[in-house]
Design a protein around this ligand. Structure first.
Ligand SMILES: NC(=O)c1ccc[n+]([C@@H]2O[C@H](COP(=O)([O-])OP(=O)(O)OC[C@H]3O[C@@H](n4cnc5c(N)ncnc54)[C@H](OP(=O)(O)O)[C@@H]3O)[C@@H](O)[C@H]2O)c1
Length: 279
């Protein structure tokens, strides 16, 4: 087996109970990885762990809310206690709120998004880092295209992913020479439960209607997981998924123009698609 496969590599995945995290667990299990699967829904993690084992990996379900600092500490400690080391941390757990900033009743939901998406990743990273340094390991942060290309009506989410990107870029410099790589994944829309769970300003999940914003460029969770695994394997800095790369470059040159394009060609049509199917 080539050395760069994840056979017997110990990997913590947050947000493993569905979507990208679940698909990633299945891919890595097929390579023989030893997994620690974290999320809040314990029964989903148990079922996933069983499938991972069938595919040739080892898997430990570790229910945790990443917004709880002690839970992140415990997640890393239990992983190392079970497997003896930690080779890769994938900070993937995430939630979102779709609402105009001015229409949020207060900042409770805004803070929750930052606590889960950003500070959850920070807490897991803080606790994992000493172990990653011992093995020249890998840190993978699942951000979003929104980390480089903001859209409106998602301020908490966009802020959390910008914070994740800045944190990763700064930490990567601190870690130069340590052997630990920091990879940021910026997916465009992916078919998962993410947009069903997307909350409105009152904290109500959108349900299946949330998926109506998808376009033909929306990829499957497994396609996204494949890109993530390859990026981690090659220790890439950042992967920005199509169709974002061109707009990302354009934003450097003409940010106001790109803002207008995003509102006109992307945001308004998405709102129209969602509204049309509501009626
Ligand atoms: N889908 C997209 O279009 C898209 C695009 C760009 C970026 N992303 C990013 O990709 C990542 C994965 O999302 P997904 O698309 O796979 O959505 P998903 O299917 O909804 O998965 C989100 C995962 O995060 C977990 N999670 C949520 N809150 C948590 C908490 N407090 N503590 C621990 N785990 C928590 C969920 O599990 P529990 O509910 O069981 O806790 C679930 O496993 C997110 O960071 C998201 O921002 C997604």
């Amino acid at each position: 087996m080539p050395a760069d496969r994840f056979s017997r590599k110990v990997v913590v995945i947050t947000g493993a109970s569905s979507g990208i995290g679940e698909a990633l667990a299945l891919r890595l299990a097929s390579e023989g990885a030893w997994l620690a699967l974290a999320a809040r829904r314990a029964e989903r993690l148990d079922a996933l762990a069983a499938v991972c084992k069938e595919r040739g990996g080892r898997a430990l379900p570790l229910p945790a809310d990443v917004a709880d600092e002690a839970a992140c500490r415990d997640l890393v400690a239990r992983t190392v206690s079970e497997y003896g080391r930690l080779d890769m941390l994938v900070n993937n757990a995430g939630i979102t709120v779709a609402s105009l900033f001015s229409e949020l009743p207060d900042l409770t939901l805004f803070r929750r998004v930052i606590d889960v998406n950003f500070l959850g990743a920070v807490s897991c990273t803080y606790n994992a880092l000493p172990h990653l340094k011992q093995v020249a390991g890998r840190l993978v942060n699942v951000a979003s295209l929104g980390a480089v290309l903001p859209i409106p009506a998602n301020t908490s989410y966009i802020a959390s992913k910008h914070a994740m990107l800045g944190f990763s870029d700064s930490l990567r410099m601190e870690l130069s020479g340590s052997g630990v790589s920091v990879t940021v994944i910026c997916p465009y829309w992916v078919v998962t439960e993410f947009h069903e769970n997307m909350m409105d300003g009152q904290g109500r999940p959108r349900g299946v209607a949330g998926r109506r914003i998808y376009t033909r460029r929306t990829m499957t969770a497994d396609q996204c997981a494949r890109i993530l695994v390859e990026a981690a394997r090659k220790r890439k800095r950042q992967v920005v998924m199509a169709p974002g790369r061109l707009a990302q470059l354009g934003r450097l040159v003409a940010p106001a123009l790109i803002d207008r394009v995003i509102i006109k060609a992307f945001f308004r049509p998405a709102v129209r698609r969602a509204q049309a199917q509501k009626q």
